[in-house]
Every structure is written in C-alpha cells, then in structure tokens.
Design a protein around this ligand. Structure first.
Ligand code: GDP
Ligand code: MG
Length: 433
C-alpha cells in the first residue's frame, strides 16, 4: 500500500499549490490504492470522503504548504480509523483476570498465548496458560513447549471437555496465585457452528475479562470478515493482528476497527515469542504512509538545503579543501531544517520522545568554530595547544571539547576522501550543481 499511496500523494502534492480539482483527482487514486490493499470498500469510501472534505477546506488550499497538510490529514484520519490510541487490556478486580483467545486455525493463537504471557510477565504479572484446544493432538504439546520458552506454567487436562478444563484452570490459577489466565482455544479452517458453540460455552462458563480475536493480517479482507463473524457471535473485546511482519498491504489493520468497532490491542510481528507489540494506530498509520514522515522530511530538507550548497560541500570534500568553515555551514543548514531532534523524529521507526537527542549538542561545536580565527578555520592543523586553550576559553567550552570537535572534523575529512574515491569522482562529474 505504501508505494501506491505515496505515489498518489506525491502526484497530487508535488506541484506546490493545490486546487480542489487536484485534491479530488488525487483522492480517487488514493481510493484505488486503498482498495488494492484490500481495505474494506465502505471503509475506503468513507475515509476518502472525510479526507477530501478536510483537504478542500479553505485553510488547507490557501496555506503555504498544502502538500504537507494533505499528508498530515491522511495520516490523522488513518490513525483515527484504527482507533486513535493504543487500546489497553482490561483487568478484573478479582484474581485471575481471564484472557480468552479465539480465532481460525493457523491464525496464531497458540503462539500469541505465549507471546502475551511473556509480555505480561515483563509487566510484572504472573500469567498461566490453559490448553483448551483438544482436537489436534499436537496442540497441547505445542502450548506446553511455547509456555516453557517464556517460563509460564501451562494447565492441561488432556482431551477432557475444554469447558471443564477452563473452569478447573481458574481454580488452579487462584490456588497458585497466578493473576492472569490465558486460555488457548481450538480453531477451524472456516467458521462453523460447532466451534462457535464450544467457544460460547467456554465464554459463558468463565466470563472472560478479555475475549481477544486473533486474526492473520496477511489474509487481508478475509481477516475482516472473520472478525465480523466472530464478533457477532462472541462479542469480543478486542482483536489481535498477527503476522503483521508479512503484511505489506495494511488492509486488515485499516478496516477491522471500522467494520467491527473493536480495537486492535496487540500485533504479532514475527515468529519469535518476543515478536509482540501493543498496537499503536498512529505508528501503524505512519508505517502505511511509507515509514515515518519521510515525505515531510524530504520536503523540509529540500527547502532548507539548496542543492548548490550541497554541491559546494561535496566538491570541497573531493578536492580535500573541506574546512571548518564548511562544517559550520553544514550545521547552519541542519538548524534550518529544524534541528536534530525534529529531523530524527521524522525518520522511520523513530519518534522524538523515544530518543534522547540534545539539540544543544550542536551549540558547542558552533561556539567553538566561531571562536576560531578565519585562518584557523581554514587550516585546523595550526591549532596547537595554546590556540586550543584560547578557543576553549573563548567559546566557554573545555580543551577536551575542542579536541573532540577537531577529531570529528578530521574523521569527516577522511570519510569524504574515501567516499570520493575514483567512483565518487565519476559520480560527482555526472551530477549537476
Ligand atoms: P493457531 O492455530 O491459531 O494456534 O496458530 P499457531 O499459533 O499454531 O501459529 C500458526 C503459524 O503461524 C505458526 O507457524 C507460527 O509460527 C506462525 N505465526 C504466528 N504468529 C506469527 C507472526 O506474528 N508472524 C509470523 N511471521 N508468523 C507467525
Ligand atoms: Mg493453536
């Protein structure tokens, strides 16, 4: 979905000023991209209507940066579509809280039971697993194996009535003070009455705190239909989207909440038992939109960093005439782009909160270079001890800071030289500045 969507958005927003007509045409393409990604038809239609309405709003079209606004609106509406914020698990006031996992065969229930148990253990809970899939001979064994891998006890009673097993598991959990009971249930290849009846009986006997429907993201629109059918029968409390690592389209993620009204609470992102993540609609939207705010980043970078400057920098690096003066110019450009923090927060998989970047980190080198004479900036090799001491004093830093900067500069010079080897020279000749 990302590529198609990005293409459509770029086409629409690439021309600076936006007209209502351009938005409408662009949105038609966005709609096609959504449908191809297996987003539910009604959901796509409604989504496009909302986004278009907001995009042709007077303030967007007349703004100086309509392209960024359109992308922002698409992002916001997608986030909204998937439930806005991360939906947390509910806990019961009495022990144990009971989480029942259900879904079709192969959706990833058994794996997810263990993933969830491992995840909750890290949160300080004491989970226990109950094996209520008694039909496939290997099912109980499988749960025991993954349970052991995450160090969580597994309750099983062989092939006895799973309703009875579930009930006994609660007693057992209470006795051993396990505060979360996670129930693994049977699946079928298709939804059938027998399975639904069994799940209903378990549900009505144990009154789960959470009934989490596990669906395979890779099955796209089928996952959504399955979710709808299960929810109508069982009234689930949430959805777990597995195999998101293999889902390149995002159709299920985008449609499930809108179709069922039930939030996606967790996602499975790989076969390893640590491959579980709470589902964050905003992060998913960014991912679908093409990894972080790369589009915005590119726009910003292009604005601030004009190509001529970049060319000058590269040429100097090539001829080994890179000076600290150029270094300073580079830092100025970075500043224009909104500083390190905001740049990094726009990269895929990063958000400003998660990383500790000190925008002040750029202030020191700047101060140091500014305290140098033009001659020193051009030829750092003349920086002897007494000069370094003077510069440190002048810039309010230490000699060590000055040394660090000079070392970094020398490294940058070296790197440039290496990058601009024979190959680089050729590439540079072919570039127009
Ligand atoms: P169940 O029949 O619903 O209990 O499904 P299982 O837990 O047995 O999983 C079926 C298959 O899907 C197994 O081979 C799992 O390793 C695989 N699987 C489960 N979750 C994920 C996931 O998030 N990503 C990937 N790539 N594979 C998964
Ligand atoms: Mg299973």
């Amino acid at each position: 979905l990302s590529e198609k969507l990005q293409g459509a958005l770029r086409k629409m927003t690439g021309r600076g000023r936006l007209t209502e007509q351009a938005v409408k045409e662009g949105m038609r393409e966005v709609r096609m991209a959504l449908l191809e990604a297996d987003v539910n038809y009604a959901v796509a239609k409604d989504f496009i209507r909302k986004v278009t309405e907001r995009c042709v709003g007077a303030d967007v079209l007349s703004s100086l940066t309509p392209s960024q606004q359109v992308i922002r609106i698409v992002n916001e509406e997608m986030t909204e579509l998937m439930g806005s914020t991360n939906a947390k698990l509910n806990w019961s006031s009495s022990v144990p809280s009971i989480i029942m996992l259900c879904g079709l065969q192969g959706a990833g229930k058994t794996t997810m039971c263990a993933k969830l148990a491992g995840y909750l253990t890290k949160q300080g809970k004491k989970p226990m697993l109950a094996a209520c899939d008694i039909y496939r001979p290997a099912a109980i064994k499988q749960l025991q194996v993954v349970g052991q891998q995450v160090n969580v006890p597994v309750f099983e009673k062989g092939t006895q009535d799973p309703v009875k097993t579930a009930k006994e598991a609660i007693e057992y959990a209470r006795y051993y003070q396990r505060d979360v009971l996670i129930i693994d249930t049977a699946g079928r290849l298709h939804i059938d009455e027998e399975l639904m009846d069994e799940l209903l009986r378990i549900r009505d006997t144990v009154s789960p705190t959470e009934i989490l429907l596990t669906v395979d993201a890779m099955t796209g629109q089928d996952a959504v239909n399955v979710a709808k059918a299960f929810d109508e029968k069982l009234n689930v409390t949430g959805v777990i989207l597995t195999k998101l690592d293999g889902d390149t389209r995002g159709g299920a993620a985008l449609s499930i909440k809108a179709v069922t009204g039930k939030p996606i609470k967790f996602s499975g992102i790989g076969e390893k038992l640590s491959d579980i993540e709470p589902f964050h609609p905003d992060r998913m939207a960014s991912r679908i939109l093409g990894m972080g705010d790369v589009l915005t980043l590119i726009d910003k970078a292009a604005e601030a960093f004009d190509e001529q400057e970049a060319g000058k920098f590269a040429r100097k690096g090539l001829s080994n005439k890179l000076t600290l003066e150029d270094f300073l110019d580079q830092m100025q450009s970075m500043k224009k782009m909104g500083g390190l923090r905001s740049m990094i927060s726009m990269l895929p998989g990063m958000s400003g909160k998660d990383i500790d970047v000190d925008d002040n980190a750029m202030k020191k080198p700047e101060a140091i270079i500014r305290s140098m004479t033009p001659k020193e900036r051009k030829d750092p090799s003349i920086l002897n001890a007494s000069r370094r001491k003077r510069i440190a004093a002048g810039s309010g830093t230490t000699v060590q800071d000055v040394n660090t900067l000079i070392r970094q500069f020398e490294q940058a010079q070296q790197m440039m030289k290496r990058m601009m080897g024979a190959k680089g020279k050729k590439a540079l000749r072919n570039m127009r500045f």
